[in-house]
Write a protein that binds this ligand. Sequence first.
Ligand SMILES: Nc1ncnc2c1ncn2[C@@H]1O[C@H](COP(=O)(O)OP(=O)(O)OP(=O)(O)O)[C@@H](O)[C@H]1O
Ligand SMILES: [Mg+2]
Length: 316
Amino acid sequence: MFLKIKNVAKMFDEKNGVKEISLNVEKGEFITLLGPSGCGKTTLLNLIGGFLTVDSGEIILEGENIEQVPPEKRKVSTVFQNYALFSYYNVLDNVAYGLRYFRKLPKKEARRLAQDYLKMVGLEDYADYNISKLSGGQQQRVALARGLATNPKVLLLDEPLSNLDANLRAQMRCEIKELQRKYNITMIFVTHDQVEALSMSDRIVVMDKGCISQVGTPKEIYLSPANKYVASFVGSANYIEENDKCYLARPEDIEISKSVDGDFKIISMMFLGAHTDIIVEKENKRFEVSVLGNKIIDMEINDKVNLHVLNKTEIL
Ligand SMILES: Nc1ncnc2c1ncn2[C@@H]1O[C@H](COP(=O)(O)OP(=O)(O)OP(=O)(O)O)[C@@H](O)[C@H]1O
Ligand SMILES: [Mg+2]
């Protein structure tokens, strides 16, 4: 196993921190830590990066226990949410920094190599720009290049896209994923955005209160969630109680049809272009249904409708 996190715990007090985490990461894998604010994502990343020390457990990278290795010697590098770039350096020198101080390359060689990393992230023409002159997306790319330049075995990314607007986020998602695939980089990516997690990851680690709730591919997490917590955190979930069992039906698993004597009433419709999210209600029980394209054309709020569940999975 490339990176092995074995029974790792780090508690700041009785409630906060990570309780006991075990996770194996393969070389070249894109792993996402997904969970609500305060669940321990950054803490786990900082333990791997060496910015925090474990209370108990082991972190083993390519067979070596790295617990005692200081962050700058760990072969792990971190891209932070605020990028942590040096505003008094130009773009090239921000990237060359890691090469000079971590890889101990002479200045000239570091700057030459830094140029290669800028090319990797499409910023080769911006080498002499001041950091403050760059857009958010460009700064993000500099931070990525700087992280990659130290040639880490694992690149950790802590919510790197959260400062960007929606379009740039979508673009950077693709760029990071492409870079990761092309260079077979092992990445551990932190987010609380389910779209980011589903679209980028080889596997997602869903966390809750310092513990792992489920580890799986995006499809496994979405289609076969381990429990209600995972089902509700990743995507929208409808729960149907039948014969003492509980079933999950996703909004797209339910068909809706207008009918004057329908059981349900439409109480909200959110038009989102490609699809419309509709909330229907019957005796205080609500369901969320997703309808594709123009199928909603004859429906309005307060209309009576019937629901037909096309697909459901038992859930704990
Ligand atoms: N240095 C610290 N001292 C005390 N408590 C801490 C420290 N760092 C984190 N915590 C607490 O531990 C819990 C987990 O924090 P962490 O930063 O790992 O959460 P997170 O999942 O990254 O959340 P977010 O999505 O908001 O970034 C939080 O309740 C936080 O307040
Ligand atoms: Mg965090």
